[in-house]
Design a protein around this ligand. Structure first.
Ligand code: HEC
Ligand code: HEC
Length: 298
Protein backbone atom coordinates (compact mmCIF):
# COMPACT_ATOMS: atom_id res chain seq x y z
CA UNK A 1 0.00 0.00 0.00
CA UNK A 2 1.69 3.27 -1.04
CA UNK A 3 2.06 5.91 1.69
CA UNK A 4 -0.44 8.77 1.77
CA UNK A 5 2.05 11.19 0.23
CA UNK A 6 2.97 8.69 -2.49
CA UNK A 7 -0.68 8.27 -3.38
CA UNK A 8 -1.06 12.03 -3.68
CA UNK A 9 2.09 12.22 -5.79
CA UNK A 10 0.74 9.41 -7.97
CA UNK A 11 -2.67 11.01 -8.23
CA UNK A 12 -1.36 14.42 -9.16
CA UNK A 13 1.81 13.36 -10.95
CA UNK A 14 3.78 15.81 -8.84
CA UNK A 15 7.32 15.03 -7.74
CA UNK A 16 8.11 18.29 -5.92
CA UNK A 17 5.11 18.11 -3.59
CA UNK A 18 7.20 17.73 -0.43
CA UNK A 19 9.03 21.04 -0.95
CA UNK A 20 5.92 23.05 -0.07
CA UNK A 21 4.71 20.58 2.55
CA UNK A 22 4.39 20.93 6.29
CA UNK A 23 8.15 20.30 6.55
CA UNK A 24 9.03 23.04 4.07
CA UNK A 25 11.97 25.11 5.19
CA UNK A 26 11.42 28.55 6.63
CA UNK A 27 11.34 31.43 4.12
CA UNK A 28 14.69 32.89 3.05
CA UNK A 29 14.08 35.97 5.18
CA UNK A 30 11.64 36.40 8.04
CA UNK A 31 8.53 37.96 6.50
CA UNK A 32 5.54 39.36 8.42
CA UNK A 33 2.07 37.91 7.82
CA UNK A 34 0.96 41.26 6.34
CA UNK A 35 3.72 41.38 3.78
CA UNK A 36 3.28 37.67 2.97
CA UNK A 37 -0.37 38.41 2.25
CA UNK A 38 0.36 41.35 -0.06
CA UNK A 39 3.12 39.40 -1.83
CA UNK A 40 0.61 36.55 -2.19
CA UNK A 41 -1.93 38.90 -3.75
CA UNK A 42 0.62 40.10 -6.34
CA UNK A 43 1.61 36.49 -7.11
CA UNK A 44 -2.05 35.45 -7.42
CA UNK A 45 -2.73 38.04 -10.13
CA UNK A 46 0.63 37.70 -11.92
CA UNK A 47 1.08 35.94 -15.26
CA UNK A 48 4.83 35.60 -14.62
CA UNK A 49 4.31 32.25 -12.89
CA UNK A 50 2.96 30.81 -16.15
CA UNK A 51 5.67 29.46 -18.48
CA UNK A 52 3.81 31.05 -21.41
CA UNK A 53 3.05 34.32 -19.58
CA UNK A 54 -0.67 34.04 -20.33
CA UNK A 55 -2.48 32.75 -17.23
CA UNK A 56 -2.57 33.80 -13.59
CA UNK A 57 -4.32 32.08 -10.69
CA UNK A 58 -7.05 34.69 -11.18
CA UNK A 59 -7.68 33.54 -14.77
CA UNK A 60 -9.53 30.54 -13.31
CA UNK A 61 -10.31 31.89 -9.84
CA UNK A 62 -11.94 35.22 -10.71
CA UNK A 63 -12.71 37.47 -7.70
CA UNK A 64 -15.95 38.73 -9.26
CA UNK A 65 -17.13 35.09 -9.61
CA UNK A 66 -16.38 34.13 -6.01
CA UNK A 67 -12.88 33.16 -7.16
CA UNK A 68 -14.32 30.50 -9.49
CA UNK A 69 -14.66 30.41 -13.28
CA UNK A 70 -17.39 30.11 -15.88
CA UNK A 71 -15.58 27.28 -17.71
CA UNK A 72 -17.36 24.00 -16.97
CA UNK A 73 -14.24 21.89 -16.64
CA UNK A 74 -10.59 22.89 -17.11
CA UNK A 75 -8.57 20.26 -18.95
CA UNK A 76 -4.91 20.80 -18.02
CA UNK A 77 -1.86 19.55 -19.97
CA UNK A 78 -1.80 16.25 -18.00
CA UNK A 79 -4.18 13.83 -19.74
CA UNK A 80 -4.16 11.60 -16.62
CA UNK A 81 -5.88 14.28 -14.52
CA UNK A 82 -9.65 14.62 -14.96
CA UNK A 83 -11.01 17.93 -16.28
CA UNK A 84 -12.82 19.68 -13.43
CA UNK A 85 -14.64 22.86 -12.53
CA UNK A 86 -12.54 25.45 -10.66
CA UNK A 87 -13.91 25.64 -7.12
CA UNK A 88 -14.62 28.96 -5.41
CA UNK A 89 -11.81 29.99 -3.04
CA UNK A 90 -14.23 31.49 -0.50
CA UNK A 91 -14.39 28.39 1.60
CA UNK A 92 -10.76 27.52 2.20
CA UNK A 93 -10.71 28.38 5.91
CA UNK A 94 -12.82 25.38 6.92
CA UNK A 95 -11.16 22.92 4.51
CA UNK A 96 -8.61 20.33 5.55
CA UNK A 97 -8.28 18.59 2.19
CA UNK A 98 -8.24 20.37 -1.13
CA UNK A 99 -9.54 19.72 -4.64
CA UNK A 100 -12.79 17.95 -5.43
CA UNK A 101 -11.27 14.62 -4.37
CA UNK A 102 -9.45 15.96 -1.28
CA UNK A 103 -6.17 14.76 -2.80
CA UNK A 104 -4.03 17.64 -1.52
CA UNK A 105 -3.59 17.82 2.27
CA UNK A 106 -2.56 21.48 2.70
CA UNK A 107 -3.10 24.85 1.07
CA UNK A 108 0.68 25.40 0.76
CA UNK A 109 1.01 22.17 -1.25
CA UNK A 110 -1.97 23.09 -3.44
CA UNK A 111 0.22 25.81 -4.98
CA UNK A 112 2.31 23.06 -6.62
CA UNK A 113 -0.65 21.70 -8.58
CA UNK A 114 -0.53 24.47 -11.24
CA UNK A 115 3.25 24.99 -10.78
CA UNK A 116 4.36 21.80 -12.47
CA UNK A 117 5.57 21.06 -16.02
CA UNK A 118 2.29 19.13 -16.51
CA UNK A 119 0.23 21.62 -14.49
CA UNK A 120 -1.76 24.64 -15.70
CA UNK A 121 1.33 26.88 -15.68
CA UNK A 122 3.46 24.21 -17.43
CA UNK A 123 6.52 25.15 -15.38
CA UNK A 124 8.76 23.61 -12.72
CA UNK A 125 8.12 25.59 -9.48
CA UNK A 126 11.74 26.78 -9.14
CA UNK A 127 11.66 28.18 -12.70
CA UNK A 128 8.58 30.24 -11.74
CA UNK A 129 10.40 31.57 -8.66
CA UNK A 130 13.43 32.48 -10.83
CA UNK A 131 11.21 34.31 -13.37
CA UNK A 132 9.55 36.27 -10.54
CA UNK A 133 12.92 37.29 -9.05
CA UNK A 134 14.25 38.30 -12.48
CA UNK A 135 11.19 40.46 -13.11
CA UNK A 136 11.61 42.23 -9.75
CA UNK A 137 15.37 43.00 -9.63
CA UNK A 138 14.97 45.76 -7.00
CA UNK A 139 13.16 43.55 -4.47
CA UNK A 140 14.50 40.98 -2.01
CA UNK A 141 14.52 37.68 -3.93
CA UNK A 142 12.00 35.08 -2.78
CA UNK A 143 12.39 31.31 -2.55
CA UNK A 144 9.86 28.53 -3.21
CA UNK A 145 8.81 28.25 0.44
CA UNK A 146 8.07 32.00 0.54
CA UNK A 147 6.04 31.74 -2.68
CA UNK A 148 3.92 28.91 -1.25
CA UNK A 149 3.43 30.63 2.12
CA UNK A 150 2.57 33.96 0.46
CA UNK A 151 -0.07 32.43 -1.82
CA UNK A 152 -1.46 30.57 1.19
CA UNK A 153 -1.60 33.79 3.27
CA UNK A 154 -3.47 35.67 0.53
CA UNK A 155 -5.93 32.84 -0.08
CA UNK A 156 -6.64 32.51 3.65
CA UNK A 157 -7.51 36.23 3.73
CA UNK A 158 -10.35 35.64 1.24
CA UNK A 159 -13.57 35.58 3.25
CA UNK A 160 -17.02 34.84 1.96
CA UNK A 161 -19.18 37.98 2.40
CA UNK A 162 -22.18 37.92 4.76
CA UNK A 163 -25.52 37.00 3.18
CA UNK A 164 -29.18 37.73 3.96
CA UNK A 165 -29.30 34.26 5.60
CA UNK A 166 -26.73 35.38 8.21
CA UNK A 167 -28.79 38.40 9.18
CA UNK A 168 -31.86 36.19 9.36
CA UNK A 169 -30.37 33.36 11.37
CA UNK A 170 -29.17 35.76 14.05
CA UNK A 171 -32.77 36.79 14.69
CA UNK A 172 -34.56 33.47 14.96
CA UNK A 173 -37.84 35.21 15.75
CA UNK A 174 -37.88 36.43 12.14
CA UNK A 175 -38.18 32.85 10.95
CA UNK A 176 -41.88 33.05 10.25
CA UNK A 177 -44.20 32.43 7.31
CA UNK A 178 -42.48 31.56 4.03
CA UNK A 179 -38.97 31.76 5.47
CA UNK A 180 -39.82 29.22 8.15
CA UNK A 181 -41.41 26.86 5.60
CA UNK A 182 -38.39 27.22 3.28
CA UNK A 183 -35.97 26.37 6.07
CA UNK A 184 -38.11 23.36 7.03
CA UNK A 185 -38.07 22.10 3.43
CA UNK A 186 -34.28 22.46 3.29
CA UNK A 187 -33.96 20.34 6.45
CA UNK A 188 -36.71 17.82 5.73
CA UNK A 189 -35.29 17.05 2.29
CA UNK A 190 -31.94 16.19 3.87
CA UNK A 191 -29.96 19.11 2.39
CA UNK A 192 -28.71 20.33 5.79
CA UNK A 193 -27.25 16.93 6.69
CA UNK A 194 -24.44 17.45 4.15
CA UNK A 195 -24.73 21.19 3.52
CA UNK A 196 -24.64 21.97 7.23
CA UNK A 197 -24.98 25.61 8.31
CA UNK A 198 -23.30 27.99 8.82
CA UNK A 199 -20.62 26.88 6.30
CA UNK A 200 -23.19 24.80 4.35
CA UNK A 201 -20.76 21.90 3.98
CA UNK A 202 -19.91 18.92 6.20
CA UNK A 203 -16.31 18.88 4.92
CA UNK A 204 -16.89 15.31 3.76
CA UNK A 205 -17.01 13.33 0.50
CA UNK A 206 -20.11 11.66 -0.94
CA UNK A 207 -21.22 9.81 -4.02
CA UNK A 208 -24.47 11.62 -4.77
CA UNK A 209 -25.42 9.38 -7.69
CA UNK A 210 -24.91 11.85 -10.54
CA UNK A 211 -24.38 9.98 -13.82
CA UNK A 212 -20.66 9.90 -14.73
CA UNK A 213 -19.91 11.76 -17.97
CA UNK A 214 -16.13 12.27 -17.72
CA UNK A 215 -14.75 8.99 -16.27
CA UNK A 216 -13.77 10.85 -13.09
CA UNK A 217 -13.85 8.44 -10.15
CA UNK A 218 -13.43 11.22 -7.57
CA UNK A 219 -12.02 10.37 -4.17
CA UNK A 220 -11.38 6.76 -5.23
CA UNK A 221 -8.34 8.06 -7.17
CA UNK A 222 -6.80 9.08 -3.84
CA UNK A 223 -7.87 6.38 -1.37
CA UNK A 224 -8.42 3.35 -3.62
CA UNK A 225 -11.41 2.43 -1.41
CA UNK A 226 -14.44 1.11 -3.37
CA UNK A 227 -16.84 3.18 -1.21
CA UNK A 228 -15.08 6.36 -2.40
CA UNK A 229 -15.80 5.70 -6.08
CA UNK A 230 -17.49 8.81 -7.55
CA UNK A 231 -17.35 10.59 -4.17
CA UNK A 232 -16.65 14.34 -4.30
CA UNK A 233 -16.26 16.99 -1.60
CA UNK A 234 -19.48 18.66 -0.47
CA UNK A 235 -19.32 22.24 -1.81
CA UNK A 236 -20.59 25.12 0.30
CA UNK A 237 -23.88 26.59 -0.92
CA UNK A 238 -22.88 30.20 -0.25
CA UNK A 239 -22.70 32.53 -3.23
CA UNK A 240 -24.18 30.13 -5.80
CA UNK A 241 -25.35 33.17 -7.83
CA UNK A 242 -21.70 33.79 -8.77
CA UNK A 243 -20.12 30.32 -8.82
CA UNK A 244 -22.00 28.64 -11.67
CA UNK A 245 -21.60 26.21 -13.37
CA UNK A 246 -22.20 23.59 -10.68
CA UNK A 247 -20.78 20.19 -9.68
CA UNK A 248 -17.25 18.82 -10.08
CA UNK A 249 -17.56 18.79 -13.89
CA UNK A 250 -19.60 22.00 -14.18
CA UNK A 251 -22.42 20.10 -15.87
CA UNK A 252 -25.17 22.53 -14.94
CA UNK A 253 -25.50 26.32 -15.31
CA UNK A 254 -29.05 26.54 -13.96
CA UNK A 255 -29.44 26.29 -10.20
CA UNK A 256 -32.96 24.87 -10.15
CA UNK A 257 -32.14 22.08 -12.59
CA UNK A 258 -28.91 21.39 -10.65
CA UNK A 259 -30.98 20.81 -7.49
CA UNK A 260 -33.44 18.60 -9.39
CA UNK A 261 -30.75 16.36 -10.94
CA UNK A 262 -28.89 16.18 -7.60
CA UNK A 263 -32.05 15.08 -5.75
CA UNK A 264 -32.85 12.52 -8.46
CA UNK A 265 -29.29 11.12 -8.20
CA UNK A 266 -29.56 10.70 -4.43
CA UNK A 267 -33.15 9.52 -4.05
CA UNK A 268 -34.11 7.99 -7.41
CA UNK A 269 -37.29 10.09 -7.54
CA UNK A 270 -38.34 13.65 -8.35
CA UNK A 271 -38.34 16.55 -5.90
CA UNK A 272 -41.80 18.13 -5.75
CA UNK A 273 -42.35 21.57 -7.32
CA UNK A 274 -43.33 23.01 -3.92
CA UNK A 275 -40.19 21.67 -2.21
CA UNK A 276 -37.99 22.97 -5.03
CA UNK A 277 -39.49 26.46 -4.72
CA UNK A 278 -38.97 26.42 -0.94
CA UNK A 279 -35.37 25.17 -1.20
CA UNK A 280 -34.59 27.80 -3.86
CA UNK A 281 -35.61 30.47 -1.32
CA UNK A 282 -32.97 29.19 1.09
CA UNK A 283 -30.33 29.08 -1.65
CA UNK A 284 -31.25 32.64 -2.70
CA UNK A 285 -30.85 33.82 0.90
CA UNK A 286 -27.22 32.64 0.58
CA UNK A 287 -26.55 34.71 -2.55
CA UNK A 288 -23.67 37.17 -2.36
CA UNK A 289 -23.33 40.71 -3.69
CA UNK A 290 -20.32 40.59 -6.07
CA UNK A 291 -19.26 44.17 -5.27
CA UNK A 292 -18.06 42.89 -1.86
CA UNK A 293 -14.98 41.48 -3.57
CA UNK A 294 -13.47 44.86 -4.53
CA UNK A 295 -10.87 44.79 -1.74
CA UNK A 296 -9.42 41.60 -3.19
CA UNK A 297 -8.93 43.01 -6.69
CA UNK A 298 -5.65 44.87 -7.27
C1 HEC B 1 -6.40 26.76 -15.75
C2 HEC B 1 -7.23 27.04 -14.59
C3 HEC B 1 -6.58 27.15 -13.22
C4 HEC B 1 -5.48 27.91 -12.85
C5 HEC B 1 -4.57 28.77 -13.73
C6 HEC B 1 -5.36 27.75 -11.40
N1 HEC B 1 -6.36 26.94 -10.92
FE1 HEC B 1 -6.71 26.47 -9.00
N2 HEC B 1 -8.04 25.08 -9.58
C7 HEC B 1 -8.48 24.86 -10.87
C8 HEC B 1 -9.29 23.65 -10.92
C9 HEC B 1 -9.96 23.06 -12.16
C10 HEC B 1 -9.32 23.14 -9.60
C11 HEC B 1 -9.98 21.84 -9.12
C12 HEC B 1 -8.93 20.73 -9.30
C13 HEC B 1 -9.38 19.36 -8.81
O1 HEC B 1 -10.36 19.22 -8.09
O2 HEC B 1 -8.69 18.39 -9.18
C14 HEC B 1 -8.53 24.07 -8.78
C15 HEC B 1 -8.37 23.94 -7.40
C16 HEC B 1 -7.75 24.90 -6.61
C17 HEC B 1 -7.77 24.92 -5.16
C18 HEC B 1 -8.51 23.94 -4.25
C19 HEC B 1 -9.80 24.57 -3.78
C20 HEC B 1 -10.67 23.68 -2.95
O3 HEC B 1 -11.74 24.15 -2.52
O4 HEC B 1 -10.34 22.51 -2.71
C21 HEC B 1 -7.01 25.99 -4.76
C22 HEC B 1 -6.74 26.43 -3.34
C23 HEC B 1 -6.50 26.62 -5.97
N3 HEC B 1 -6.99 25.94 -7.07
C24 HEC B 1 -5.64 27.71 -5.99
C25 HEC B 1 -4.97 28.11 -7.14
C26 HEC B 1 -3.81 29.00 -7.14
C27 HEC B 1 -3.18 29.62 -5.89
C28 HEC B 1 -3.42 29.16 -8.43
C29 HEC B 1 -2.22 29.93 -8.95
C30 HEC B 1 -0.93 29.55 -8.39
C31 HEC B 1 -4.37 28.39 -9.25
N4 HEC B 1 -5.27 27.77 -8.42
C32 HEC B 1 -4.35 28.35 -10.64
C33 HEC B 1 -8.19 25.66 -11.96
C34 HEC B 1 -7.10 26.53 -12.01
C1 HEC C 1 -25.19 13.05 0.94
C2 HEC C 1 -24.75 14.42 1.04
C3 HEC C 1 -25.55 15.49 0.29
C4 HEC C 1 -26.89 15.79 0.42
C5 HEC C 1 -27.93 15.09 1.29
C6 HEC C 1 -27.13 16.92 -0.45
N1 HEC C 1 -25.97 17.28 -1.08
FE1 HEC C 1 -25.75 18.80 -2.40
N2 HEC C 1 -23.89 18.17 -2.84
C7 HEC C 1 -23.23 17.14 -2.20
C8 HEC C 1 -21.99 16.84 -2.93
C9 HEC C 1 -20.98 15.78 -2.57
C10 HEC C 1 -21.96 17.71 -4.03
C11 HEC C 1 -20.92 17.73 -5.16
C12 HEC C 1 -21.28 16.61 -6.13
C13 HEC C 1 -20.45 16.60 -7.40
O1 HEC C 1 -19.90 17.63 -7.81
O2 HEC C 1 -20.38 15.53 -8.02
C14 HEC C 1 -23.15 18.56 -3.93
C15 HEC C 1 -23.45 19.62 -4.78
C16 HEC C 1 -24.53 20.46 -4.63
C17 HEC C 1 -24.75 21.64 -5.43
C18 HEC C 1 -23.82 22.20 -6.50
C19 HEC C 1 -22.93 23.24 -5.83
C20 HEC C 1 -21.67 23.61 -6.56
O3 HEC C 1 -21.06 24.62 -6.19
O4 HEC C 1 -21.25 22.91 -7.49
C21 HEC C 1 -25.95 22.18 -5.00
C22 HEC C 1 -26.63 23.45 -5.53
C23 HEC C 1 -26.45 21.34 -3.94
N3 HEC C 1 -25.54 20.31 -3.74
C24 HEC C 1 -27.62 21.55 -3.25
C25 HEC C 1 -28.21 20.58 -2.45
C26 HEC C 1 -29.60 20.63 -2.00
C27 HEC C 1 -30.55 21.77 -2.28
C28 HEC C 1 -29.81 19.48 -1.27
C29 HEC C 1 -31.13 19.00 -0.67
C30 HEC C 1 -32.15 18.68 -1.67
C31 HEC C 1 -28.56 18.74 -1.26
N4 HEC C 1 -27.64 19.43 -1.99
C32 HEC C 1 -28.37 17.54 -0.60
C33 HEC C 1 -23.65 16.47 -1.09
C34 HEC C 1 -24.99 16.44 -0.67
Amino acid sequence: MPSKLNRIVLALGIAALASCGKDSKAPLLPVSQDSLQSLGKRLFFSTILDQNGRKSCASCHKPELGFSSKVSAHAGPNPKLPARNAPSLWHLSHKKQFNWDGGVPSLTQQVLVPLHPMGDFETPPQAAVDRWNKAHPHETPIDLATLCLALEAFQKSIQVPATPWDRYSKQAQEWTGNAKLAWQAFNQNGCASCHTPPSFTDGNFHNTGLPDFTGDEGRYRITGKPQDRYAFGTPSLRGLNLTKPYFHDGRSFALDSAVLMHYRGMHGRELSTESLAAIMEVLQSLFVDSTHQQSHIP
